[in-house]
Design a protein around this ligand. Structure first.
Ligand SMILES: Cc1cc2nc3c(=O)[nH]c(=O)nc-3n(C[C@H](O)[C@H](O)[C@H](O)COP(=O)(O)OP(=O)(O)OC[C@H]3O[C@@H](n4cnc5c(N)ncnc54)[C@H](O)[C@@H]3O)c2cc1C
Ligand SMILES: NC(=O)c1ccc[n+]([C@@H]2O[C@H](COP(=O)([O-])OP(=O)(O)OC[C@H]3O[C@@H](n4cnc5c(N)ncnc54)[C@H](O)[C@@H]3O)[C@@H](O)[C@H]2O)c1
Length: 458
């Protein structure tokens, strides 16, 4: 016998927790189904602990920049406070009681177990608290994503790390192979290297962060090499093995790389395989769920977060969650709009980007102009000196005279990018940006230089 409720949310990561909490606050009878920890990947194994690691690594890097700028330092890295902070402050030793109480405190009902669709409007939950629920208003799918592991022969048999083991590490490995030079790979590679790990990054494509502007990947590769990391871009792994002590990756061309640990950071795959999608006529092998502007997948079924394929970011999950909430509650508001989607890779230099890259814009728009300015040659970059690498790149839809995208790499690049995100979202004319006053001597003044370069571009 199915239990009648208003809404069932499957997956209580950032997206699902937001939907479930807001709907419970609004007085609906909400069941939140969670197989692991309420809060999902972001607070326990991803954004939050990785940014704590990065903060610690950045402190070390800044201290190492003191000589020649402000005296002398004797820097001895210690992972213990990082591991303790992740265990105690970030994850409560991977215990979600606070998050669970936050949801039930709003009147929600948390059901721990694996949820699966069981026909239209029905969810079956496996687990001690399991059962079958019939949702009067509808069901929200927010099951997030899993690491995608490439079919490298031997890889499936070795005890590699994913982001989960990396953020839970009690000490940094002596040496680390990082397979994949995307956001996870470069953030963690740089951090461990700053704590003394010998790091080699293996990226199949010809540059790091291949989804971003090529200039960003080139800059990061240069900086990471200068920090002592080994880079193998354009390298395909053809085999993996582990002899009990060390991992070996064979590359096409015959080279073999060996290290104490191997981190696989080759992308994520939406968690859709075991969700009963076939019971409502959807393909369980789909890479993502197709949603309309109000996050609807089908009548009475919504999806938010990594499963929608609009960008595997917490801010996307929460943005979509709020739209889904408004849809369920019948509240007015704009539909989802991804034109000004911001991304920040928290390396040092930080890579902030919004909207389209130049290549994406050229595929969509008849006339594109770009303008780039170098940060070290701006007044603030020159003053900043050590650690000033970076640039601003603007991509203009030249027929409309508005920005289609922008990238800011450099110190606090993600923060500097915000002004440009507003410009992309609000379609501020480039002519208006050109006549703004940019405070002196800020990093964002390099935007003015990039606007000048844009004007000179044909
Ligand atoms: C190392 C790393 C660093 C990152 N850093 C950032 C960052 O700095 N900024 C940023 O914006 N994003 C970052 N991300 C991405 C971010 O973590 C995700 O985009 C975000 O967590 C997605 O939220 P979600 O709600 O869609 O899914 P998830 O966080 O994946 O949560 C999904 C939840 O659903 C549960 N679940 C799945 N299937 C079922 C089922 N059938 N039944 C019950 N429960 C189920 C899971 O247990 C999980 O708790 C990072 C990712 C990684 C890997
Ligand atoms: N700061 C942030 O916001 C942040 C940080 C980390 C992760 N994330 C999110 O999580 C997602 C997943 O991150 P990710 O870095 O795992 O994925 P990704 O898709 O960003 O990068 C994966 C990289 O691995 C490479 N690759 C794939 N197969 C390979 C192989 N066989 N050999 C060598 N390289 C291979 C790809 O070319 C790509 O460069 C990101 O796209 C992002 O949405 C965000």
């Amino acid at each position: 016998m199915a239990e009648q409720v208003d809404v069932v949310v499957i997956g209580m990561g950032p997206g699902g927790e937001h939907v479930a909490g807001r709907l419970a606050d609004a007085g609906l009878g909400v069941v939140g189904v969670e197989a692991e920890l309420v809060g999902g990947e972001c607070p326990y194994w991803a954004c939050v602990p990785s940014k704590m690691m990065i903060r610690a690594g950045n402190l070390l890097a800044e201290a190492r920049r003191v000589p020649g700028m402000a005296g002398t330092t004797d820097v001895r890295a210690d992972w213990a406070p990082v591991a303790a902070r992740i265990r105690d402050d970030a994850t409560d030793d991977w215990n979600d009681q606070v998050a669970a109480d936050r949801f039930t405190g709003k009147g929600g009902r948390l059901v721990r177990g694996h949820g699966r669709l069981a026909g239209p409007g029905r969810v079956a939950v496996e687990g001690e608290q399991g059962g079958v629920f019939e949702a009067r208003h509808g069901i929200v799918l927010a099951t997030g994503s899993h690491p995608q592991v490439p079919p490298v022969p031997g890889l499936e048999t070795v005890p590699y790390w994913t982001n989960r083991e990396a953020v839970a590490a009690k000490e940094p490995p002596r040496s680390l192979l990082v397979l994949g030079g995307g956001a996870v790979g470069v953030e963690l590679a740089q951090t461990f290297a700053r704590f003394g790990t010998q790091v080699t990054v293996v990226e199949a494509l010809d540059r790091l962060l291949p989804a971003e502007e090529p200039e960003a990947g080139a800059l990061l590769e240069r900086v990471l090499r200068a920090e002592g990391l080994t880079m193998r871009t354009g390298a395909r792994a053809t085999g993996a093995r582990h002899d009990g002590d060390a991992f070996t990756l064979a590359l096409d061309g015959g080279e073999e790389l060996t290290a104490q640990q191997l981190l696989v950071a080759t992308g994520r795959r939406a968690a859709l395989a075991d969700l009963g999608l076939e019971t409502i006529g959807l393909d369980p092998r789909a890479r993502s769920l197709r949603t309309d502007g109000r996050m609807r997948v089908a009548p009475g079924l919504w999806a938010v977060g990594d499963v929608t394929g609009h960008g595997a970011f917490t801010h996307v999950a929460m943005y979509e969650a709020e739209i889904a909430v408004r849809t369920v509650l019948g509240e007015p508001g704009p539909e989802a709009d991804y034109r000004a989607l911001p991304r920040v890779t928290f390396t040092d230099p930080e890579v902030g980007a919004v909207g389209l890259t130049e290549q994406q814009a050229r595929q969509k728009m008849p006339r594109v102009r770009t303008g780039t300015a170098s940060l070290p040659s701006s007044a603030r970059g020159w003053i900043h000196k050590a650690g000033n690498e970076g640039f601003v790149k603007l991509v203009e839809d030249a027929d409309r005279g508005v920005l289609a995208g922008a990238t800011v790499a450099g110190p606090v690049g993600g923060e500097v990018m915000y002004g440009l995100a507003v410009a992309v979202q609000a379609q501020v004319p480039v002519e208006t940006l050109r006549h703004m006053i940019h405070a002196y001597p800020t990093f964002h003044r390099a935007v003015e230089d990039a606007l000048r370069a844009l004007e000179l571009a044909s």
